[in-house]
Design a protein. Structure first.
Lengths: 453, 246
């Protein structure tokens, strides 16, 4: 009997708690006068911060410069706007996505710099970098935290854009402070995907091009002979022009014949645990060809093997802007979020924010047509919220800030709020999510997610 | 006479609409019929689905600047898109007969005339003149698209391509002038070309498209990259044209 009463009390409490939903769509304004939100942002996994990179004109330089700022969504100023924290970081900064303990800031004079969040919060623009790596530095870097981190050592993977160059580092911690950073592995990921035999090189075409090379060789030797026998300037010029054209053609054919086909692999982004990489690629796959201009130039997700080779595990079938992975969930593939193309239902070219559930294989919209004017890069938090910077029109003015959306309370087709949704993220869940940010170590088993279940 | 009929047949059949490979379409016959006057090039590719659960495809048409978007699945509607606006043709999927056709909506489409806009008309003029172009879409709001303007222009020059930088249509000219200063060396033209927009070249900046002897070479190059890699990407697009004449 006692058990039944307890069960009843529990059930009633659960219903009461579940009604405490976070707002379906919330908006934290940025300080008044923010008119341009830039386009590159990263979202903190607890939803506390948004990292922005934008351009401004410095009075001390003739060239536009980059400003990297943190917008604190949960600590607001006297006007209710997100607090802004200036940083000394550069270009498009990428945090260790699991906990934002470190930021990879590229293209400094001493290479890629690594700043710690603690220092940035304490010293703001005057923070100094904790580490730097001159030899592994480039734009479009992404950072994941590998399995096997402990409170004394963190294992991170940093992938650069060019040639998918990747380094795995081990960061040693003493008294919760990072004290050393050493690379223990280096190479290029997904070489097996990007470089594949050139299918254009059929035996017939190769034979034809080789014959052409033979003809060119004969013609050029004939031209050399003629050139040496004439003194007339105009005639000599004609021979030189002809010779140059033949040489160019010969170079082109040779380079074509010696090429293996290099497929594109644009905008690689690592998953939070560094075990997967998403990229726009036209590398062939054995799927029903829903082709883009004759190739499969689509957003794809690859598993990264220990030897850095890759295996295709998912193809969205279309292009997107750069995607972001959700924090990992035990036993699940998780979700991805991205800004999709221009929505004709909006009666115009309006960007739409999409979430794709990789387990359910379902796509959902979370923004309605014409809801926002500008939309920045979106991200997903551990409790499932979607956050992205945006601007919107309110009577009389345009305000910019961070849109915070509970996808459970949004109609997946229209992007509008469902009035009587039976699912939502509870306020309780959000608090719990914030609680766990105190834990310094990422657990690849996904224990933090269990708290929010 | 027979020759004329055959010629007419050849011309009309070359414009016959086809559905995207592998798609399933409600009211297939009627949808194909509705598409026919718009002369699809049938070069379908998928975009993020407009209606989740359906697959959304796009193709260009024989009319420069006019595109068709199709929702495949248990709905039967198409959109005809150009810079005048968007026209929707919708069939009732239960009988495939009742048709609702809208006029071209005029709002929310990036339009513009004058020297500060790169329209389909201007794009077509460049295509018809058989110029070799490197079209580069950029935004002062996207860091690398600004920082790499000069590098990309340099590569265009090296590869004998005319560099055509095109500005994010959502940005006003004042914002550009403020950021880039008075000595900005490039012509400021906003994207007002549906051929650029439908390729999704204004979803991410920078994006780069090569035009060779008046032919657009798809797909465009997504994002920023170092100069040597950009050169390689462009050359790999041109090599088939130059070596095999494809």
């Amino acid at each position: 009997m006692k058990k039944i009463i307890l069960l009843f009390v529990f059930a009633v409490t659960s219903v009461a708690v579940s009604k405490e939903c976070i707002p379906a769509k919330d908006f934290v304004p940025y300080p008044k006068g923010t008119k341009n939100i830039g386009m590159y942002q990263r979202i903190h996994p607890d939803g506390d911060y948004v990292l922005h990179s934008s351009m401004y004109r410095s009075s001390s330089s003739n060239d536009p410069a980059t400003a990297v700022q943190l917008f604190h969504l949960t600590q607001k100023d006297e006007n209710g706007a997100a607090r802004v924290i200036m940083t000394p970081m550069n270009d498009e900064v990428y945090p260790v996505m699991t906990d934002w303990s470190l930021f990879a800031s590229p293209n400094h004079n001493d290479g890629m710099r690594y700043y710690s969040l603690d220092k940035i919060l304490e010293k703001k623009q005057n923070s100094s970098a904790t580490f730097n790596d001159k030899s592994h530095n480039q734009y479009y870097q992404s950072v994941g935290e590998l399995e096997g981190s402990t409170s004394e050592s963190k294992k991170i993977r940093v992938t650069l854009y060019s040639s998918r160059r990747t380094k795995d580092y081990e960061i040693e911690y003493k008294e919760s402070q990072p004290v050393s950073m050493n690379a223990n592995k280096e190479g290029r990921i997904c070489d097996n995907i990007v470089s594949q035999p050139n299918k254009e090189l059929t035996p017939e075409k190769v034979e034809k091009l080789r014959q052409e090379l033979n003809t060119i060789a004969l013609k050029t030797s004939e031209l050399s002979r003629k050139y040496s026998t004439v003194n007339n300037g105009t005639e000599r010029e004609r021979y030189v022009a002809e010779f140059t054209a033949l040489s160019n053609r010969s170079r082109e054919i040779n380079s074509f014949l010696s090429s293996s086909l290099k497929y594109e692999f644009s905008s690689p982004v690592l998953s939070h645990n560094g075990a997967e990489v998403a990229a726009q690629s036209n590398a062939p796959i054995d799927l029903n060809s829903e082709n883009l201009f004759g190739s499969n130039y689509t957003q794809k997700i690859y598993k990264i093997n220990p030897d850095y080779s890759c295996e295709l595990i998912e193809d969205l079938g279309f292009q997107t802007q750069k995607i972001q992975f959700s924090p990992p969930v035990k036993g699940k593939k998780g979700k991805i979020i991205f800004v999709g193309g221009h929505n004709v239902y909006a009666r115009g070219y309006i960007n739409t924010v999409y979430i794709y559930d990789r387990d359910e294989k379902k796509l959902q919209k979370i923004t309605a047509p014409n809801e926002y004017m500008q939309i920045g890069y979106p991200g997903l938090t551990k409790d499932g919220r979607a956050i992205f910077p945006a601007c919107k029109v309110i009577p009389g003015e345009v305000i910019c800030g961070a849109a915070i959306i509970d996808p459970n309370q949004v109609d997946p087709e229209s992007g509008n709020v469902i009035q009587s949704s039976d699912k939502c993220i509870s306020k309780n869940s959000k608090e719990k999510s914030s609680e766990i940010k105190q834990k310094p170590t990422f657990n690849p088993e996904g224990s933090f997610y269990e708290i929010n279940k | 006479m027979l020759k004329k009929i055959l010629l007419l047949f050849a011309v009309t059949s070359s414009f016959a609409a086809e559905l995207p490979k592998g798609s399933t379409q409600k009211c297939e016959k009627q949808i194909l019929e509705e598409m026919r006057p718009f002369k699809s090039k049938n070069m379908w590719f998928r975009v993020a689905d407009t209606v989740p659960g359906h697959k959304t495809y796009r193709t260009s048409t024989q009319k420069f600047g006019q595109w068709i978007e199709l929702n495949s699945g248990d709905v039967a509607n198409i959109h005809i898109i150009n810079t005048e606006g968007i026209k929707e043709i919708k069939l009732n999927p239960s009988n495939c007969q009742t048709k609702i056709s809208t006029a071209f909506y005029k709002d929310k489409v990036f339009q513009g005339t004058g020297p500060n806009y790169f329209t389909d008309e201007e794009f077509l003029k460049q295509i018809n003149s058989k110029k070799d172009l490197m079209i580069y879409t950029w935004s002062p709001r996207m860091v690398y698209s600004v920082k790499l303007l000069n590098d990309y222009a340099e590569i265009a020059k090296k590869l004998h391509l005319q560099f055509v930088p095109l500005l994010d249509p959502e940005v006003n000219l004042e914002e550009v002038k403020q950021l880039m200063g008075k000595n900005f060396q490039f012509k400021i033209q906003k994207v007002a070309s549906n051929e650029i927009i439908m390729r999704e070249m204004i979803t991410h900046y920078p994006s780069t498209l090569v035009v060779y002897k008046g032919e657009i070479i798809d797909p465009f190059i997504f994002g920023a990259m170092p100069k040597d890699q950009l050169e390689y990407e462009i050359n790999s697009r041109l090599i088939n044209k130059r070596v095999l004449g494809k």
